[in-house]
Ligand binder design. Sequence first.
Ligand code: SF4
Length: 700
Amino acid sequence: MEFKTTCSYCGVGCGIKVKKGNDNKVHVTGDENHPVNKGMLCSKGMNLHYVVNDQSDRILYPEMRWSRSHPRERVSWDDALDRAAKVFKSIIKKHGPDSVGFYVSGQSLTEEYYIANKLTKGFLGTNNIDTNSRLCMSSAVVGYKKTFGEDSVPISYADIELADCFLITGANPAWCHPILFRRIEKHKEENPDVKIIVIDPRKTDSANFADLHLQLLPGTDVILYNAIGQYLIKRGMIDEEFINKHTEDFSAYKDLVFSTSIKQASKLCGVSEKDIKKAANIIGASKGFISMWAMGLNQSVVGTDKNTSLLNLSLITGQVGKPGSGPFSLTGQPNAMGGREVGGMANLLAVHKDLQNEEHRREVAQFWGVNTISEKPGLTATEMFEALESGKLKAVWIACTNPLVSLPNSHQIERAMKNAKFVVVQDISFKSDTVSYADLVLPAAGWLEKEGTMTNSERRISYLPKAIDPPGEARPDVEILCDFAQRMGYRGFSYNETSEIYDEYASMTKGTNIDVSFLNYDRLKNEGTFQWPVPEYRHQGTARLFQDKKFYTPSQKAKFNLPVANHNKVLDLDPDFPYILTTGRIRDQWHTMTRTGKVARLKTHYAVPVLQINPVDAHLCKISDGDITEIKSKNGVVRVRAKVTDDIKKGVVFLPMHWGKQLQSDLNRANNLTNTLVDPISKEPDFKFTQVSISKYIKK
Ligand code: SF4
């Protein structure tokens, strides 16, 4: 039997063919007819069947403990969900709805995301629902909203083959979005005039392929983009007609970028004036300019500013809404975009409606048949765990994510989980460190074991069929959430089919900028994938937004925003912690390795985490290649071996974020070190700038 589905790892959203044998085992290959990957798969995708066929780590039955001094024991689904409903009701009665929260995932399907939000915001009466997507793209959401009036990725992968200039910044797609990067490589191989600029403190594989690598100091991105903007304006390499007709606030932007000289910018960023000008000349001469970014911009205390200052470069060059050009934020997770559509964050409402807008709250409440939606913004990811630690939040329901390893400041997360009155973990695998803190564990169905939809980085919605049965008593997440909602006494959660949930969501989009009201499971199954909006009957989807140059702001003009973070944090370094730690991902692992960590061949690239350190810094710290190194921050300690390499800039060190206690030891966990500082608007944590000290570890 053969099924077509979508890869469950990154936001590229590659099409996969799944062959199921009589033994219920599966085998995956790339779907050669899929518009995203045309048959290609990266190392993670092509090994997905090993993850599915190895069920040894799976959570098979609900488990519960009656008190923290007792071990968890197997219970029935009825007992598990009755207890959950009883505890949630009692906590809400005593402490109010804001004393409970849900923490979900960009790996959840759109239907799951929708139901979790409907349950929390519509019925529990709190906006305390956030997602691990907060950790990867919330700064991009704010950047788009501030610039275009709404969270809207304007372009498609198909624009790659039409572009002649790529600015890849704060991203290493060669490792983290490999199939997308393969399309860029192929395009350049076939068209040598295509230019690639990479901005990154590390010499990554993406940087090694580029025509120009600007190895900036972490935290100085805004200064660099503004310096490029200044040079483009000076040299007249801007689109004045576009600026005059379709944008606002250009003169304020011009004043801002001229307030720092290119010479000063060069010094602050650690990039030569010559290279800044070279990058600007390439961008200014291009006919199709695409900027691409990911966590390097978003995961920062100035993440919003980094986003808007990069988007400003597309505006001054008029490179929006035309073939082969536009800004393109890459989503890390397979359905981070779907989560954004259904309002899957503490400050959002479904279908891109605004929680702060009274009329929008009324419309959503009316649609769900509830009296009101609370106007109080919910707790965001880091705020939620801070509130658990302080005792303000009493109960948390964690679905499909492993915050013990992925959130910043792991020791604080441990304290928060210990202090919580009630923790529910709904997941597929005991390999998640978070499970060990659960009072109630609910076994969820995994990829191929349930149906639903996802949306990739280019707004492409795909249908994922159920191909195999989940093991033991595991159930699809929507079924678990709807069952719980009904036990809480809420109406509006008795769906017969998952398609009914999709149809409900789709009808909510009618008339909005993300209208998919003419899309349903039948069309997705029969006709394949669609890019939203799909606003009419027989509409084939929308590859590119803003072709009419009408943006979603009240004036229909795109807006130049003025990034205020025009300072270099390097100047503020604490002398006790003189190095900047930046964390990130490696090629063959995914998130906290609960799935990729099961595949032996994916460990041949990196079997253990290593610290990248520049030879000059290694010499100063008396560290040789392979030495065990102790890295300390104000929050904790990590001990890993050193990799001495000039791939990393002097003064900066790099550590991968994947490893947790279950897989190695908690001394390998990068987030022991990171802090919970967040961007004030997007509330995205800064994983790219932690001050650390480094020394050779000598066992006493
Ligand atoms: Fe899966 Fe992303 Fe690799 Fe494609 S690029 S196969 S979506 S992990």
